[in-house]
Write a protein that binds this ligand. Structure first.
Ligand SMILES: Nc1ncnc2c1ncn2[C@@H]1O[C@H](COP(=O)(O)OP(=O)(O)OP(=O)(O)O)[C@@H](O)[C@H]1O
Length: 317
């Protein structure tokens, strides 16, 4: 059935559909939807309390959804849990290992629970995370970064299609974060798997991810491709210098598709985010409103400024 397999090839590895979690009358996650394709490293980015951990806990079945569903390789977490979950490897809290046992012996423990895990597979995953030389050392002698990588190795044992890591860089220094990024990229390339990492730090996500999904107060806000050309990843923003700032604000904000990103009262400039093709309409409407335009300049918002705007000013990084 060539048609069926072609559809499956392009189907997302992970698809959240209107996922909602209510606890005690409070909506913690509100109709969250996004997808991850094969081989992507996606960041779930949001300030503290945004709902990242709650979302991830629902993805792996640690808590139940109130509404919506999650599909992993097309399998519903709600209706086909065992088939969905076998495609996921995850580290939700800090991975626990036996400190007085070697890395190798710790991983061997998982063979007891899953006879499908071969010694060969253990070797492959330790190489993927660069721990082959440390496998005979006791875990208590590992650095935090090495322990995190052993956790990733363990999560990879079952050959998942999707690796989920909740705040994997917590406690790592910048060199450790860079190292983690290299390993994650290596894993995504070599195993062809997708990776979802959560963080409240934009700067880390920029280093590690090809795309970020921004959430705030339990809601999906937006997503951004981070490895596209800069031109595409940034909004088109124009500054317009006018004689009547308040009237310009009223007129511009009423135009569908135009967002007022700022007002500079000293310079009498209004800053608008919009599509190119709306600029003539803005100019015409301001003209109709008898507003004099002295200058229009294109400007760029940094990624940081974009995130601040999307999240209503909450600091992410
Ligand atoms: N069991 C619970 N009962 C009540 N409120 C909860 C429960 N679990 C989480 N919350 C609340 O839901 C919100 C989201 O929490 P969550 O831990 O998912 O956020 P987060 O984005 O992971 O934040 P952080 O980065 O601080 O871990 C917070 O306001 C939290 O207090």
């Amino acid at each position: 059935m060539a048609v069926t397999s072609a559809i499956k090839e392009t189907a997302p590895v992970l698809s959240l559909q209107q996922v909602t979690k209510r606890i005690g009358g409070k909506t913690i996650v509100d109709r969250m939807s996004f997808t991850i394709q094969k081989g992507e490293i996606v960041g779930l980015l949001g300030p503290n309390g945004a709902g990242k951990t709650t979302t991830i806990r629902m993805l792996v079945g640690l808590i139940q959804m109130s509404e919506g569903d999650v599909f992993v390789q097309g399998h519903s977490i709600r209706n086909d849990f065992s088939n969905a979950i076998r495609h996921i490897g995850a580290i939700i809290e800090n991975p626990e290992f036996y400190p007085y046992m070697s890395g190798w012996d710790n991983l061997k423990q998982y063979q007891r629970m899953d006879s499908g895990i071969t010694d060969e597979r253990i070797k492959i995953v330790t190489e993927l995370v660069g721990l082959e030389a440390a496998m005979n050392k006791k875990v208590k002698a590992y650095s935090l970064g090495m322990r995190q990588r052993l956790g990733i190795a363990q999560a990879l044992l079952g050959n998942p299609s999707l690796l989920i890591l909740d705040e994997p860089t917590n406690g790592l220094d910048p060199a450790g974060i860079r190292e983690m990024r290299q390993y994650l990229q290596h894993i995504a390339d070599h195993e062809g798997i997708s990776i979802l990492v959560s963080s409240h730090l934009l700067s880390e996500m920029e280093l590690m991810c090809s795309r970020v999904v921004v959430i705030q107060e339990g809601k999906y806000v937006t997503e951004r491709d981070l490895h596209q050309g800069k031109e595409q990843s940034q909004l088109l923003t124009v500054k317009i210098r006018v004689d009547q700032l308040d009237s310009a604000y009223k007129i511009s904000s009423a135009i569908h598709g135009v967002e007022v990103a700022g007002l500079d009262k000293e310079r009498n400039e209004i800053v608008l985010s919009l599509q190119d093709e709306l600029i003539p309409q803005v100019v015409a409407k301001l003209g109709e409103g008898k507003i004099k335009i002295y200058r229009i300049t294109e400007t760029k918002l940094s990624l940081e400024e974009e995130f601040l705007k999307w999240t209503g000013g909450s600091r992410i990084a």
